[in-house]
Design a protein around this ligand. Structure first.
Ligand code: SF4
Ligand code: SF4
Length: 411
């Protein structure tokens, strides 16, 4: 392990923009014997920076109760690549450890765990992406998202004009009169299934890499239940003390947790509404449109409102976020995803409110274009955070049930 003096020297060199020698651990303290065969993969500069900071944190341990990252860190003496990937995705950028840290910039140690973790997280989305060649879309997500939105919108506008001859007419409230059901299924199903496949294969590669570094033990029902609880309650956005996390300064706030909850459950309700509507169509022979108090609307309307309010709140919080908390290069990806979710929710609600008016076709094109862009960019945007983080929480819940590799019998 490097001495604090050496770490301070490295920190000062990094602050001056000079390269530092990366000490790559020959083996992981937590890796099983099979994983220690052969040289350990070299760390990138971003991974080496996380490893450097965690060496300091491991000596300090002030933030031990804040989130799952620090207890997981204390099970390690060194931080090889897979361990860094695991810990980076276990962090969800609550900012608490930056605002609490006595070694944060301008201290010479320059400890900024949220920012260092965010940089590596972005790198892992790129590196584990499937197919690998499309991983670069994460780096140009703002552009990819704009193109997907513009392309989706143009597609539906053209189809609407081709089928109706006009975008401004009063077709009642039946949007299948504008776009037949089979056409929509034929357009959306392949894009959605590709997104599920790409995300599934990407996270499977991540899991295979981090599983040996997190004890290698298989999933168990108690570990799965604990991770599900952490995901569903967004447990680690409570700052570890229940008062919330940080956003623009060192004051605690529950706003980020509430807005995440509104967004998360709003999205799930909208997804459930679409699933139920599909069942209505195929199993019950009840085609759309549906209105209150049908089940698709009872799920979709609160879901859309929650998603719109949650994303509006997240946007406001994101604009005010302390600049040191995240990776500035990922801001377009974060904001693009928030904006697209907001557009999907509000255009869906507007579509329902505009039923029976001449604006229906135009709003339908806008809504379908937004949903198409959302589906197309799901595997290469911020949505990956939820999938990779859930996988990291599962591995954490498994690992913590195993004896600590550096203190047998502990934990
Ligand atoms: S972030 Fe700072 S205060 Fe927290 S454990 Fe690391 S060095 Fe200590
Ligand atoms: S930013 Fe929050 S979640 Fe990430 S390591 Fe710090 S305290 Fe944990």
């Amino acid at each position: 392990m490097q001495s604090l003096e050496a770490l301070a020297r490295d920190a000062q060199a990094l602050a001056r923009g000079e390269p530092v020698a990366v000490a790559v651990a020959p083996t992981s303290a937590s890796a099983p014997p099979a994983a220690s065969a052969g040289p350990a993969p070299a760390l990138t500069a971003a991974e080496a920076e996380v490893a450097r900071q965690l060496q300091i944190c491991n000596a300090c341990r002030y933030c031990e109760g804040f989130c799952a990252v620090f207890p997981a860190m204390t099970r390690r003496l060194e931080f090889p690549k897979a361990d860094v990937h695991f810990l980076a995705n276990l962090c969800h950028n609550c900012g608490a450890c930056l605002h609490a840290c006595q070694y944060a910039p301008p201290h010479a140690f320059a400890v900024n765990v949220p920012q260092a973790m965010a940089t590596v997280r972005g790198q892992t989305y790129h590196d584990y992406a499937w197919p690998p060649g499309l991983g670069r879309l994460y780096r140009h997500n703002g552009l990819a998202l704009s193109l997907a939105l513009a392309g989706g919108l143009a597609l539906f506008l053209l189809l609407a004009v081709a089928s109706k001859g006009t975008l401004w007419s009063a077709p009642g409230s039946d949007f299948y009169a504008i776009f037949p059901h089979h056409l929509l299924v034929g357009l959306f199903a392949p894009v959605f299934l590709f997104a599920v496949l790409a995300l599934g294969l990407g996270v499977r590669r991540f899991w295979r890499d981090v599983a040996p570094a997190t004890s290698g033990a298989p999933l168990s029902p108690p570990a799965t239940a604990e991770a599900a609880d952490a995901v569903l309650r967004l447990k680690y956005l409570d700052g570890g003390h229940g008062q919330g996390c940080n956003n623009e300064d060192d004051a605690y706030t529950q706003a980020r947790r509430r807005c995440h909850h509104l967004t998360f459950y709003g999205f799930l309700l909208c997804f459930a509404a679409t699933g139920v509507a599909t069942l209505y169509h195929y199993a019950l022979g009840l085609p759309a449109p549906y209105d209150l108090p049908s089940l698709p609307k009872l799920l979709g309307v609160p879901g859309g409102i929650g998603l719109a309010l949650g994303t509006a709140g997240l946007w406001r919080l994101h604009l005010r976020r302390h600049p040191l908390q995240g990776d500035a290069a990922q801001k377009p990806m974060d904001r693009g995803f928030i904006a697209l979710l907001f557009l999907t929710a509000t255009s869906g609600l507007a579509l329902w409110l505009a039923r029976g008016t001449p604006a229906l076709a135009l709003l339908l094109c806008l809504h379908l274009g937004a949903v198409m862009a959302l589906f197309a960019t799901l595997p290469y945007g911020k949505f990956a955070h939820g999938i990779f983080r859930t996988a990291a929480l599962l591995r954490h819940a498994v690992e913590k049930r195993q004896p600590s590799p550096i203190a047998p019998g502990a934990d």
